[in-house]
Every structure is written in C-alpha cells, then in structure tokens.
Design a protein around this ligand. Structure first.
Ligand code: TMP
Length: 240
C-alpha cells in the first residue's frame, strides 16, 4: 500500500473541544484536525477564534520538533496540511499535567495568590481529565489508587514536565515571551510515555516579556479583545 493511501482519514474516533482525531489504515497512526472552536470554563463559554486551528497546528509542530531535538519523545510525526497533523496513537493517561512558573488563573483563584507572583521554583500539578467533573485537581494518591497512572509513571511525568518547561522557557525567552504556565498530556505507546495533545496558546499562558501583555487564550477567556492577533503574534515570534 502506498503511504498516501495509508494516510487517508478514516473514521473520526474522537472529537474534543479543539480537535478531531481520525484513524488511518495504520493502527499506530492517527490524524489530528485542528478546529477554530474555542471554549472556556469547561465549555460554559463557547466561541470561535478565526485561524486558531492553523496557528495551533503550526505552533505545536514547532514546539514538538524543538522538544524532540532536546530528547523528549512526542506523538508528533509530521504536519500534513494547514490543519492536519500526523501523530502516533496514544493510550492517553487521564492525568493533565500543569507546570507553573508564575501564579495565574486557577492557582491565583484557588490559593488566593496575586496573579503575576513569581514562584520560587516551578510547581507541577495533576488534574484528572474528566469533562463531567471539570478536570479536578488531584494528588499522587488519587492517580495511583484509581488506576489513572502508576507511581513510576507519575515520577516520569513530573520529570518530563520540568524538562519540557526548561526547554520551552529557554526557547521563548529570547523571543521576548514569558512562559507563565502550561498544560501537557501524555500517553502510552509501545511501552513508552510520549508527550501528546498540542502545545499552543490554548494550552499555555504566554506573556510579553516587556509589557506583560497576554498573548494566549486568556484574551478569549477574559474578553480582552485582540484574540486572533495574539495567536498570530505567537506564531510569528516562535517562527523566528
Ligand atoms: P489554569 O490556571 O486555568 O488551571 O490553567 C493552567 C494552564 O493550563 C494554562 O496554561 C491553561 C491550561 N489549560 C488547558 O490547557 N486546558 C484547560 O482546560 C485549562 C483549565 C487550562
């Protein structure tokens, strides 16, 4: 079979808030299609950000390539088109991994801290991936006892989160972008843990280093305006 036939989009087996996932003839590979749909607060707020899918596909391609070069294994195979990415199929670990360098968003609210407080060291948090429960914050014991991830896997995830955070920060700093926080998802593939999902202004907080201006999905979440502009600004800076 030619590789082109292998890469035809098969059945859509999953539709999330920002992406659709399609099977291919190769059981190890899937195609992710990046939508313009935007949601916030577990889809209580809905909208669309024009061109977001194309920007997130490109930005994710760039970050995955950067991370692979730094020795971090990811699900990324290659970008297929403006909105499509070929990825390895993962058994998703239902633990969302958030790493924070600066207090913002959920942490500010939950712990009564001022947004913008610089953390003495990066903080890693786990959230249980469940739309029905609004992705609650969990600890290691919850993940282990309920079988979401083993203690060994959590140790690997923590290590990877710190390493990815360092690589991204080092890359973004000269581009005048501060990485405030980021959310990563991982999955199992042939006995390995790979970084999955996407890395983009939907899943990270990016602040301009000089002005503190928000260049991420908070512009949509908080109705700050200039949403499309922020996504394009990030693409422009990371493409340099
Ligand atoms: P939070 O401060 O709202 O918990 O968000 C922390 C980081 O995780 C931030 O960079 C945005 C990202 N994030 C997602 O990718 N998906 C989500 O559903 C939420 C709530 C946050």
């Amino acid at each position: 079979m030619s590789s082109d036939i292998m890469l035809e989009k098969g059945e859509m087996f999953y539709e999330g808030k920002a992406k659709q996932l399609f099977a291919t003839a190769d059981p190890d590979l899937i195609i992710a299609y990046f939508k313009d749909d935007a949601t916030a607060f577990n889809a209580k707020k809905r909208g669309s950000i024009e061109g977001k899918g194309a920007v997130n596909n490109r930005v994710s391609e760039l970050f995955f390539t950067l991370l692979e070069k730094a020795g971090i294994r990811t699900h990324f195979v290659r970008r297929l088109s403006e909105r499509e990415m070929l990825c390895r199929r993962l058994e998703i670990i239902p633990v969302e991994v958030v790493v924070r360098n600066i207090v913002a968003g959920g942490m500010a609210k939950r712990l009564g801290r001022v947004e913008g407080e610089i953390l003495r060291r990066p903080v890693v948090e786990w959230y249980y991936k469940s739309d029905a429960l609004d992705d609650p914050l969990i600890n290691d014991d919850h993940a282990e006892v309920f079988g979401w991830a083993t203690a060994e896997e959590l140790a690997v995830l923590r290590d990877l989160a710190h390493k990815i955070n360092r690589v991204l920060r080092d890359f973004l700093d000269p581009r005048s972008i501060v990485l405030v926080d980021a959310k990563f998802e991982f999955g199992r593939h042939k006995g390995e843990i790979l970084l999955g999902d996407e890395i983009c202004p939907d899943t990270c907080r990016f602040w301009d280093k000089a002005t503190g201006e928000k260049l991420d999905k908070d512009r949509f979440r908080r109705d700050l305006g200039k949403v499309e502009e922020a996504y394009h600004e990030i693409l422009e800076r990371v493409s340099r």
